[in-house]
Design a protein around this ligand. Structure first.
Ligand code: GDP
Length: 317
């Protein structure tokens, strides 16, 4: 599919961080964006998903729906992470096949790669080793979705592709301290420490793990780009190819973004997770895409949004 012009495009999961950004980006393609709320369509119900897709017959589908969460949520709700993500992938991909959807993009995650994968992580590392135990449940479900896209392409010739976004951040993120990822958590902690005049704020783990972060508007741009230019069984990483330590990230958020000058206390009772995660983005680069929002600019924009939406942004997404 080389153009989305006048196409009917379903963004499954349009209320999440990624889905919202995809809808914003797709508006520039002059397509008809279809969305469904949780109330209108339960993605965990196979019958309902099939009925909806057979009735609406979209030309294109983006699967941005997922049960997501940071290291703590993943570790404490294994059943929900495994079941919900498997059902979302299974239901939508199979029903998209039945409804003869012309093109589908499944969004995975770089956490599908083995814990000890060589860094930067290439797409070929998939299924070459054991997963990071703290997010194994989510990863197994996402790997099933990737494999479904590959299997339906092989057996039925469906043009279903998968991309692996790195750690994301941006407006509309989840700022709940227990279930959020590191950026919104640290932003909120720094903000609240500044407001209350606290002497210190807590950073989980040792501060040594290395992570790569991509602004969600860059991700949405990359997805729309890849959707229109790539067709194949191989998965495609979406990231910046650059990483930062959690300690440096915490300092950047506290000092350069929020303006909090107190101490950073590292809480070693909390898990570090995987020691380093940065993706090899050669495949994406070869297709002709690169990010345009640097970390500091993206963090500042996210913090501005958080301050404007402080009352609502703290609720669990
Ligand atoms: P991960 O990339 O799957 O490990 O997910 P996270 O974004 O939740 O965590 C990334 C790293 O940031 C881990 O090493 C965490 O221990 C660390 N971290 C430091 N402070 C926090 C915090 O307040 N919340 C979260 N979620 N992670 C934190």
């Amino acid at each position: 599919m080389d153009s989305l012009l006048n196409k009917r495009v379903w963004v499954a999961g349009h209320r999440g961080l990624v889905g919202k950004a995809l809808c914003r980006r797709l508006e520039r393609e002059n397509c008809t964006i279809l969305t469904t709320t949780r109330h209108e369509l339960n993605l965990l119900n196979q019958h309902d998903v099939e009925a909806w897709l057979l009735h609406e017959k979209p030309d294109a589908v983006f699967i941005a729906a997922a049960k997501v969460g940071g290291i703590w949520a993943n570790n404490t709700k294994p059943a929900e992470f495994l079941y919900e993500n498997m059902m979302i992938a299974g239901n939508i991909i199979h029903a998209a096949h039945l409804a003869k959807v012309s093109k589908l993009m499944f969004l995975g995650s770089t956490c599908v790669y083995p814990k000890m994968a060589a860094q930067p992580i290439t797409e070929t590392a998939l299924l070459t080793g054991a997963l990071e135990p703290t997010n194994e449940w989510y990863a197994i479900a996402k790997i099933a979705g990737i494999k479904m896209c590959q299997a339906y392409r092989r057996q039925y010739g469906d043009d279903f592709i998968s991309v692996m976004p790195t750690n994301l951040y941006g407006t509309h993120d989840n700022f709940d301290l227990e279930s959020s990822h590191v950026i919104p958590a640290l932003m909120r902690k720094a903000h609240e420490a500044k407001m209350s005049g606290a002497k210190a704020m807590t950073v989980w783990g040792s501060g040594k793990p290395l992570r790569e972060f991509l602004h969600v508007d860059d991700l949405a741009d990359a997805c729309v780009f890849v959707f229109q230019r790539y067709s194949g069984e191989e998965i495609v990483n979406i990231g910046t190819g650059q990483d930062v330590s959690i300690g440096d990230l915490a300092t950047m958020i506290a000092r350069d973004v929020v303006g909090y000058t107190g101490a950073l206390d590292f809480d070693s009772s909390k898990p570090d997770g995987t020691p380093r995660k940065v993706s090899d983005v050669s495949r994406l680069k070869a297709l002709g895409w690169k990010p345009s929002i640097d970390l500091l600019t993206g963090l500042r924009a996210t913090y501005a949004w958080f301050q404007e939406n402080y009352d609502t942004a703290r609720a669990v997404a």
